[in-house]
Design a protein around this ligand. Structure first.
Ligand SMILES: C[S@@+](CC[C@H](N)C(=O)[O-])C[C@H]1O[C@@H](n2cnc3c(N)ncnc32)[C@H](O)[C@@H]1O
Length: 203
């Protein structure tokens, strides 16, 4: 059984939570300003990618699925939560979702051009967990990994019970430890925001 992030193990395992989570995303049709900025940042980060296939892990209920389909011919979603995958798959026949643990992905090496990991890494509090997650993503990609992360700025840092920002040097160390190197860091909202989308290539 895949392990969910340790901070709230049961959080994503209930169908009611999956439905509530989905309703809280831009799927409601009225994205907040922060959601629009975030999606625009993912789109900007993906503009520089070349390739046909992408793995979206964890895909959740499909927050960035439409955006990935604008850019890639083949989109595969993976998540450890069956309820999240059920909501993900219910929205379109074309969506193929797979129940999988991000630390132990059931795909061959270099199966996808790109791997996108949205809204996950900032839940991992330990450096070794971040390295292990990124190394797992690195293994299944050919061209690179795009991931959402919270990075401290001079004007902002955040530390909650479930999510935390980290110094840029710590992020670079995790990326290097996973056999990747940072190509670009796209800020979602400037120096007052810790939210970023990071584009990495194999080192
Ligand atoms: C904050 S949500 C992000 C989902 C989606 N990327 C989005 O932006 O809406 C975190 C997701 O990570 C999934 N998850 C937690 N631990 C996981 C693991 N070890 N392997 C795969 N997915 C995991 C949860 O089920 C949940 O769908």
């Amino acid at each position: 059984m895949p392990q969910t992030v340790k901070t709230r193990p049961d959080r994503y395992r209930a169908r009611a939570h999956a439905l509530a989570y989905h309703a809280s995303t831009h799927a409601s049709g009225r994205p907040s300003l922060s959601q629009r900025l975030e999606l625009a940042t993912v789109r900007r980060a993906l503009a520089g990618t070349v390739g046909d296939s992408v793995l979206d892990v964890p895909c959740g209920t499909g927050r960035i699925d439409a955006l990935l389909r604008e850019r890639f011919d083949e989109v595969v979603g993976a998540d450890s939560s069956v309820p999240m995958l059920t909501v993900y798959g219910a929205q379109a026949d074309t969506r193929s979702g797979c129940c999988a643990d991000i630390f132990n992905l059931p795909f061959d090496d270099a199966s996808f051009d790109w791997v996108v990991c949205h809204r996950y890494l900032h839940h991992l509090r330990r450096h070794d967990e971040r390295v292990a997650a990124l190394a797992s993503l690195r293994r299944v990609c050919r061209r690179g990994v795009v991931f959402y992360a919270w990075i401290n700025t001079l004007l902002a840092r955040r530390r909650g019970s479930m999510r935390a920002s980290m110094p840029r040097a710590r992020l670079d160390a995790a990326v290097a430890g996973a056999g990747l190197r940072v190509r670009d860091v796209h800020s979602c909202a400037g120096p007052f925001s810790v939210k970023t989308v990071v584009v990495c290539e194999p080192a």
